[in-house]
Design a protein around this ligand. Sequence first.
Ligand code: XMP
Length: 510
Amino acid sequence: MAQQTVLVVDFGGQYNQLIARRVREANVYCELISYEKITEKIAETKPIGLVFTGGPASFNEPGAPRIPAEIFSTGIPVLGICYGCQLIAGTLGGAVGNGPREYGRRTLDITDGKSKLFDGVKAASTCWMSHTIYIEKLPEGFKTTATTETCPVAAMENADKKLYGVQFHPEVMHTEEGFKMLKNFLYNVCGASGEWTMSNYVERTVKELKQKIGDKKVLCALSGGVDSAVAATLIHKACPNLTCIFVDHGLLRKGEAEEVVRVFRDEQGMNLIAVDASKRFLTKLAGVTEPEKKHKIIGEEFIRVFEEEAKKIGKVDYLVQGTIYPDVIESGLNHSAKIKSHHNVGGLPDVVDFKELVEPLRLLFKDEVRRLGFEIGLPKEIVMRQPFPGPGLAIRIIGDITAEKLDILREADYILRDEIAKNGLDGEIWQYFAALTNIRTVGVMGDERTYDYTVILRAVTSVDGMTADWARIPFEVLQNISDRIVNEVKHVNRVAYDITSKPPETIELE
Ligand code: XMP
């Protein structure tokens, strides 16, 4: 049976991916598409429903996104959000116009408790508004189903035609009953059966991979990061002839290289080639202080080592890429052909002799990749791993890189991670790490004068790494981390906490 699909039609709204993720969280598969492709995607996917996102345009202005009116006569249920709601009204003969700015929390009053959209929803609840355009006249056949103090049409519907519009944003957390409303639309109006779960995904994908790949030769670069780990493990479940190559560039955190070998070779039973290239990388990096040069050397050397190993294996049928859905969306919605190259493995397709790429996570959001990871038995340390840059600790050591500095940083970083975990803060902080500066200062330990390094602690909260704020770690925790670092790590006599947000800083130091 074909998979039920909802199309989330993008009009440029800032919450477009969030809407898609919420639909998936409701166990309904959806795809995020540009409004310009709506007709062809409907023909291709035969969706059970359409959700129109918000967008920055104003319906009446020239060049505002429009869609063919016939779409509203196909019988496919539609939920329009913000701009999506105005688009329904404007296209079907209603009127929209400017009104007072309505931004932030508002009380939503349901005026029609019988609406399928509001089944089980409180008569008054908080919703999140962000608009200046209002529905001034409803299209024929529509009625108002909710209002706010300033917005006379906060929700409208034509239940016979299964067309629904909301001026507020049900997808954001601030809309108290928003997720319930989305589920009502998906289940009560579109007739979703809730089949999109990670266990179903594993079953379906393993079956497809078995059929497609069988015992053909597959090659995968394992970085230890969550995407390549989950992709490789999924393929391993389906295909007997998978080889993974793990290049240890010697710039990983304490215990990480050992963990990769333990999890994938010993526990999962994969055919894993682990290459210790640490000396090679150190030699190449000797004396290099310029950040961009470090990035370049590491990227190039990584490709070279991988190429040498891949040559030993010879031609393979498939090369695994850990591309995930946000990368696909980014390329699709921007109408650009370039897919962001995957962390650590960009450039590999150029040096590996393969017939086809296989991307088993192409349809998944990051949170789904993590749930899938747990589903297929990967440990928490891999599945919940915080982002880690491809060039590793090299861009967390200011100045030149030596084996000694790497050891100092590994130990300091390990203490930070240990204390964060012990204090139960790992769930709230998005990324946290230590960095080693090339500043040496005078200190006193016992009765001895020291002249040693300064370690910087960096911890940030973020949603996607694009912007970040420094994490408000309790002083007592910082105190402990500092005490332990100066006591347990040789050649560090000073610890500083970085209290700058991004922008103007970046998360990494180089
Ligand atoms: P920045 O430092 O740009 O970091 O604020 C944003 C996010 O990207 C990660 N990052 C990298 N990842 N190669 C990577 O694979 C890199 O060169 C790199 N630089 C930064 C960083 O850890 C953060 O999550």
